[in-house]
Design a binder for this molecule. Structure first.
Ligand code: NAP
Length: 260
């Protein structure tokens, strides 16, 4: 008999920013482990095609996907995303706040207020809103899992990604706060902090082989990570395997943060 430790059959998972990159990889792995997943990003057509590809792969199995596009920066779109998920899948067992932006690279001396505000709005406020919208049903059910995709950027000082790093550090504190407040209702809240992962988000750091080598040569595993290598921890946290795990920040970075 196969182990049920990582099984997500019967679970529904709402994953923001799941049309590509890390969010897409988490969606695929959760569906492969039996979950019904919601693919969401700003681009409806891309969400539809990712959901269709997942359904083609999981046909006849418990897992599957639907597409509900939404811009996480607009509160009314987040409410629509939550409402439609409940309408189509009945409930939200697992919430993955993954979508984030970084519109500015450079000294915090020069960052325009608009960029500072955008980073805080999309990377922190939207996650807070989504949690506010989803938590009531989890409290009522006395069961639920929330994950926020943070970053190793939130663990260190940064001269050129400072505001992004502030937002990612705040995400980990959001996780701790929610874990403390909602733990008594059996709601587990954790952060996942990837290191350098091969997605469009980090393209500037891996497209050029020399830049990539400089970025990874001091890391224990000496390489960039792939999106699929971040997905396993999300399956762990969403399943029975993670039932006693809350308030933590899981660093998935090939050892980068301990290697230098
Ligand atoms: P990615 O490949 O660029 O994917 C980002 C996803 O978010 C896409 O689905 C994108 O789709 C969606 N998105 C962006 N802005 C959105 C908005 N305003 N509303 C709704 N959806 C939006 O990026 P990724 O690398 O997978 O990043 C995922 C998470 O990992 C982020 O939180 C990022 O900070 C974190 N992270 C990444 C790395 C890395 O090296 N890649 C390292 C540490 C942490 P649309 O454009 O269609 O909306």
């Amino acid at each position: 008999m196969s182990s049920k430790l990582f099984d997500l059959t019967g679970k529904t998972a709402l994953i923001t920013g799941s049309s590509k990159g890390i969010g897409e990889a988490i969606a695929y792995e959760m569906a492969r482990h039996g979950a019904q997943v919601v693919i969401s990003s700003r681009k409806g057509d891309v969400c539809e095609s990712v959901a269709a590809a997942i359904n083609a792969e999981t046909e006849g199995e418990a897992g599957g996907a639907i597409a509900i596009p939404a811009h996480v920066g607009h509160k009314e779109q987040l409410q629509m995303l939550v409402d439609k998920t409940r309408e189509k899948l009945g409930k939200i067992d697992i919430l993955v706040c993954n979508a984030a932006v970084n519109p500015y690279y450079g000294s915090m001396m020069d960052i325009p207020d608009s960029a500072f505000e955008k980073i805080l709005d999309i990377n922190i406020m939207s996650n807070h809103w989504l949690c506010q919208m989803v938590l009531p049903e989890m409290i009522e059910r006395k069961d639920g899992v929330i994950m926020v995709v943070s970053s190793v950027g939130g663990l260190k000082g940064s001269a050129d990604l400072g505001t992004y790093a502030i937002s990612k550090a705040a995400d980990v504190q959001l996780v701790r706060n929610l874990a403390v407040e909602h733990g008594p209702n059996n709601i587990r809240v954790n952060a996942i902090s990837p290191g350098l992962i091969r997605t469009d988000f980090a393209r500037a750091l891996w497209e050029n082989p020399d830049i990539l080598k400089r970025a990874t040569q001091a890391d224990p595993l000496r390489r960039i990570g792939e999106p699929s290598e971040v997905a396993g921890i999300a399956v762990y946290l969403g399943s029975t395997a993670g039932a006693f795990t809350t308030g933590q920040n899981f660093v998935v970075d090939g050892g980068a943060t301990i290697g230098r």
